[in-house]
Ligand binder design. Structure first.
Ligand code: NI
Ligand code: MN
Length: 228
């Protein structure tokens, strides 16, 4: 699979069989590269209703070629706003589309729409591709010990974790998350977009070393790709 970081919490994944997945579709974020892929995507996943994660979904999911996958409350919002194909689900469940499995897992955060109304619970996703490779996008979250369950149930080899601090985990907490998740590769996200998101990949490396956790940190610049 090939994964491209588009800045902030936005990632594109292309599976071995060519399915295109976009997670937290804020393609117009301030650190996004100029040549972002505007789609159409096969799947768009949304972790919660905050504007930096809903992003440009209303523009990107105008056609029924694209299936949006999100929690029930966001599904209702998107259907009301004219998005034709939205699959709602909830935490703890999996949804299989073709030969890709999407599992919604908890996140420790809040979730509201831009007008302040309730956006459902925040979540993360484990995406299990056709070849069995599992990738975990944690969404916006603090560290929580049930990340151990995510390891036990799905064993993601690649994890995308927020490290910016203030609104999400910082490097210290993200390092403990890696201890719980035991991935091969951690790709940091949700840092540097705004001055308040101070966590850095170097700080994550130091915290991992301090904890004796040996997973590899792959710090992608917006626009850079990682192939597994
Ligand atoms: Ni948020
Ligand atoms: Mn956020």
């Amino acid at each position: 699979m090939e994964l491209t970081f588009y800045g902030h919490a936005t990632f594109k994944i292309v599976s071995e069989k060519g399915k295109k997945i976009l997670i937290d579709p804020w393609l117009s974020n301030p650190s996004a590269p100029k040549d972002v892929d505007l789609g159409p995507y096969d799947f768009i996943l949304i972790t919660h209703a905050h504007g930096d994660h809903l992003g440009d979904v209303l523009k990107l999911a105008r056609s029924s070629v694209t299936e949006v996958i999100c929690i029930h409350e966001i599904q209702q919002f998107l259907l009301k706003n004219g998005v034709p194909r939205v699959t709602g689900m909830n935490i703890g469940g999996s949804y299989v589309a073709g030969s890709i499995k999407f599992t919604m897992v908890p996140a420790l955060h809040s979730s509201s729409f831009p007008d302040g109304s309730y956006g459902g619970e925040p979540c993360g996703f484990v995406i299990t591709l056709e070849n069995g490779l599992a990738i975990y996008h944690a969404g916006d979250t603090g560290v929580f010990s049930d990340m151990r369950l995510i390891k036990e149930l799905y064993a993601p080899k690649v994890v995308l974790l927020p490290i910016g601090d203030h609104y999400v985990m910082g490097p210290k907490e993200a390092a403990l998350a890696c201890k719980f998740l035991e991935p091969e590769v951690v790709i940091p996200m949700h840092y540097g977009t705004f001055p308040v998101l101070t966590g850095s990949p170097q700080a994550l490396e130091e915290e991992l070393k301090r904890l004796g956790v040996s997973c590899k940190v792959v710090a992608l610049k917006p626009g850079e790709r990682f192939t597994y």
